[in-house]
Design a protein around this ligand. Structure first.
Ligand SMILES: *Cc1c(COP(=O)(O)O)cnc(C)c1O
Length: 375
């Protein structure tokens, strides 16, 4: 059988072992080390001077940011519905209540019209909204110019879930710099990786310091263990941070490679009953995953996935929206109008192999098989 073509596997650049060896030779396998500091500093530089905190996962980063934003038992939090469960699970850890917002047809991200309806509902119900989690889906930035003013005028903390959007731009500004806090992920399927890790990003130095304290079990600076608050074991290890140090300089290169993959799919499928995920003129996404939409209702996404799987090609359906998940079925959900756009995008969308390590020959094979499906 042909070698498997994966959806999104990591790309090792070669310098990772230097950093890992450094951690070994200094016997510094701990949570505090040079690699962690260097990784935070290089990411801070990349993100135009924003403060950074390296943690064990993107989910941990979201948990810390939500807690810092004041989310606690009974507090209401808005969240994009079309996303991975990690965007909203931390709201549950904190005892908060979730309200899901539909996608916009153009951006696939949070719809400002649906958001407006949710805010009106909150006003009618006399509910205070503590925070909003806005996702940059598949590396596409949300429409911050429309969303942020609505949230700012009500003092709602904004958390950008940029887990998939390292290397993306919106109006020339990097993803991870919108909102009050941003969460990044360095899981092994993301644009750059540490083999598992995440980061909180903010302009607010005091916020980052508080989250740093929580991320290391909230220890007081005393010669014995004193706890005046509760914390977590969320800090990134020095070994994994070393992998990250080697990967930061490659953000642009890896994103450019994925953009090229997206364009090759787009050119190849001209004239076929499919549409690639759109891109607007005000954005420059990292094309983390290339997503295809079936235009014709007679085609079934699961059948295409099964057909490609027979060829040892890994694909996935678009995220199943949170408002359709059994665990979140009782949460309010707001759309802009009658149509449920996130549900439609889920039904008709397929994520295609998009790894920066994929060869042109491999991509040509994927393209040929997709075309064969429509014959
Ligand atoms: C991957 C991902 C996360 C979580 O990141 P982890 O590092 O896996 O915890 C959060 N949100 C979105 C949208 C993601 O894709």
């Amino acid at each position: 059988m042909r070698e498997r073509i994966y959806l999104s596997q990591p790309q090792i650049c070669g310098r990772e072992m230097e950093y890992i060896n450094k951690a070994f030779s200094t016997n510094n396998l701990t949570l505090f080390g040079d690699n962690v500091e260097e990784f935070e500093a290089t990411m801070s530089e990349y993100l135009d001077g924003r403060r950074t905190l390296a943690v064990s996962s993107g989910t941990a980063a979201l948990h810390l940011a939500l807690r810092y934003a004041g989310v606690g038992p009974g507090e209401t939090v808005l969240c994009s519905s079309l996303t991975f469960a990690a965007s909203c699970n931390p709201v549950k850890y904190l005892g908060g209540n979730l309200v899901f917002i539909d996608s916009d047809r153009e951006t696939w991200n949070m719809s400002s019209e649906a958001l407006r309806r949710a805010l009106c509902w909150a006003d009618e119900q006399k509910k205070t909204i503590r925070a909003a989690v806005i996702v940059d889906l598949y590396g596409r930035p949300a429409a911050y110019n429309l969303l942020l003013p609505l949230l700012k005028e009500r003092n709602i903390a904004v958390i950008e879930d940029a887990a998939e959007a390292v290397g993306s731009f919106y109006h020339g500004k990097k993803c991870g710099t919108f909102g009050d806090y941003a969460a990044l992920s360095f899981n092994s399927n993301k644009l750059i990786t540490t083999g598992g890790g995440g980061m909180v990003v903010s302009e607010d130095a005091a916020a980052i310091e508080k989250m740093r304290y929580w991320s290391t079990q909230a220890k007081e600076p005393l010669p014995y263990y004193q706890h005046e608050d509760y914390g977590y074991q969320y800090r990134m290890s020095n070994i994994l941070a070393g992998i990250g140090c080697a990967q930061v300089p490659l953000i642009q290169k890896y994103a450019d490679r994925r953009r090229e993959i997206y364009r090759r799919y787009q050119d190849a499928f001209m004239g076929y009953p499919v549409e690639m995920m759109p891109q607007l003129s005000d954005e420059n996404p990292n094309c983390w995953l290339s997503v295809l939409q079936l235009k014709d209702k007679k085609h079934d996404a699961l059948k295409l996935i099964a057909f490609l799987e027979e060829q040892n090609i890994e694909t996935r359906m678009v995220w199943k929206p949170m408002h359709l998940q059994p665990v979140y079925r009782n949460c309010p959900y707001f759309t802009a109008a009658e149509e449920d756009i996130s549900a439609e995008l889920f039904q008709r969308g397929i994520c295609l192999p998009s790894a920066s390590v994929m060869t042109e020959q491999e991509q040509d094979f994927v393209i040929a098989k997709v075309k064969e499906f429509f014959k």
